[in-house]
Design a protein around this ligand. Structure first.
Ligand SMILES: Cc1cc2nc3c(=O)[nH]c(=O)nc-3n(C[C@H](O)[C@H](O)[C@H](O)COP(=O)(O)OP(=O)(O)OC[C@H]3O[C@@H](n4cnc5c(N)ncnc54)[C@H](O)[C@@H]3O)c2cc1C
Length: 400
């Protein structure tokens, strides 16, 4: 992939820069500065999604036939880099990176027509209902049941850790449709076109960082149409594995990680060191920053290979490798961020962190986000399949 200044892409870059410098509203920029998770503040990120959609740029990775802009891999990388450089809120992944691509591959023509436009435009937000209290890593143990009744299923049971379910208007989920045979053989993949079915209840969970990002969802005799099923009944395990491939390997994380490192470096240049001068001059800080920069560069190289479709990343180990590298780097960068901010990371600033708040933050933007970002990023090695389990999966791909 060639994106050097003489690769003929400078005109494209200028067009992207011009748009990204002018289109976001002050609230969207504020949401970007206050994003401490993969999930940006809901209202503002969806407003930004809709603005990008009117420009035709909400889904850079989607094929043109489904509304993607038809960019080359180089153009997509330039867009991602310029986007992250400005600290803009990342669009929410569940629709664009997970259920959207899945429907393109496995959805019926009616499901594609019905659901893809709302994902592309940002009218809909989909929450992911996979995990249950006793079915996380061992997902095949899930027990939320769907019993066929006429054209419907009747759902009973619960889901947990469903991110932003309290904002969602749609849900994709796994349900148990049979208890016969191996546990993987009785699972079905289902799309719910509403979150307000009678008998459905969403309860937010307050996370370590004090924010209600995840939820529990309870189902008591909830009647939903069978037309939401993707693939055959009891074939949901294969469908869900296809979706997990997008969840773990989808998109480039390195531009965002590089942006975070740039912010840390700039802050260290202004932060007095206990030994005189500034933190940026401190040898231990330079070593930590240098190591992280080198590792982000290697992840970047790896991701460029991936989005160019290099055969190496077609290996079954790739999504797991990508997940481990990007999430562990996220955590280490968040630690360096708190090192730079020091004691200023300690005050609880939840009021100042909400977008539009008139509570003045104590200290600068970095002081405001360092601790919530650090706490939130503890979860990166847990969700989308824990890193321990990813290591097991990689080991299994190496068996003769
Ligand atoms: C912030 C956050 C957001 C999430 N968002 C969603 C969401 O939107 N939708 C959704 O459906 N789920 C979501 N999840 C759930 C997430 O996918 C599960 O938490 C995850 O799969 C781990 O399951 P568990 O929590 O039950 O842990 P467990 O499976 O109980 O694991 C506990 C520990 O045991 C280890 N372990 C378990 N099995 C093995 C093994 N075979 N080999 C080695 N080690 C093992 C694990 O690595 C872990 O360290 C989210 C979780 C978090 C924390």
């Amino acid at each position: 992939m060639d994106i050097t200044p003489d690769s003929g892409l400078e005109e494209f870059r200028s067009e992207v820069v011009e748009f990204l410098d002018t289109a976001p509203t002050p609230e969207i920029l504020e949401a970007g500065r206050k994003t401490t998770s993969v999930f940006a503040p809901f209202e503002q990120v969806m407003a930004w999604h809709r603005i990008l959609h009117t420009r035709g740029w909400s889904a850079p990775d989607w094929p043109e036939e489904y509304g993607g802009p038809g960019w080359s891999v180089e153009q997509r990388y330039i867009f991602a880099t310029e986007y992250q450089k400005r600290g803009l809120p990342p669009l929410l992944p569940n629709g664009l990176k997970m259920v959207g691509p899945l429907l393109m591959e496995l959805g019926s023509p009616e499901q594609k027509d019905r659901y893809l436009p709302g994902i592309l435009s940002g009218e809909d937000y989909w929450t992911q209902g996979y995990s249950e209290p006793a079915a996380g890593s061992d997902l095949a143990s899930l027990s939320c049941s769907a019993v066929a009744d006429g054209d419907d299923y009747i759902l009973n049971g619960s889901k947990i850790w469903t991110t932003y379910a309290h904002h969602a208007n749609r849900m994709f989920m796994l349900v148990r449709t049979s208890n016969e045979g191996p546990k993987q053989a009785g699972i079905t993949f289902l799309l719910l076109d509403r979150m307000d079915y009678p008998g459905m209840e969403v309860r937010p969970i307050i996370g370590l960082d004090g924010a209600p990002e995840q939820c529990e969802v309870f189902f008591t005799d909830v009647r939903v149409p069978q037309s939401g099923r993707v693939g055959a009944e009891n074939d949901g395990w294969a469908v869900s594995k296809q979706l997990l491939k997008h969840e773990r390997g989808g998109g480039a994380q390195s531009p965002m990680l590089r942006h975070r490192l740039d912010v840390v470096r700039e802050a260290a240049a202004q932060t007095p060191s206990a030994f005189g001068g500034f933190l940026a001059d401190d040898a231990a800080f330079q070593r930590d920053l240098g190591e992280l920069e080198a590792e982000v560069s290697s992840l970047e190289h790896f991701e460029k290979l991936a989005i160019s479709g290099h055969p190496m990343v077609k290996d079954r180990a790739y999504p797991s490798l990508n997940k481990i590298l990007s999430t562990e780097l996220t955590q280490r960068i968040s630690t360096l961020m708190t090192d730079v901010v020091g004691l200023d990371a300690l005050p609880d600033q939840r009021d100042a962190l909400s977008v539009g708040s008139d509570t003045e933050p104590l200290g600068d933007d970095l002081s405001l986000i360092a601790m919530p970002y650090y706490l939130n990023s503890r979860a990166t090695t847990i969700y989308a399949g824990t890193n321990e389990v990813q290591r097991d999966l990689i080991a299994r791909t190496q068996r003769p």
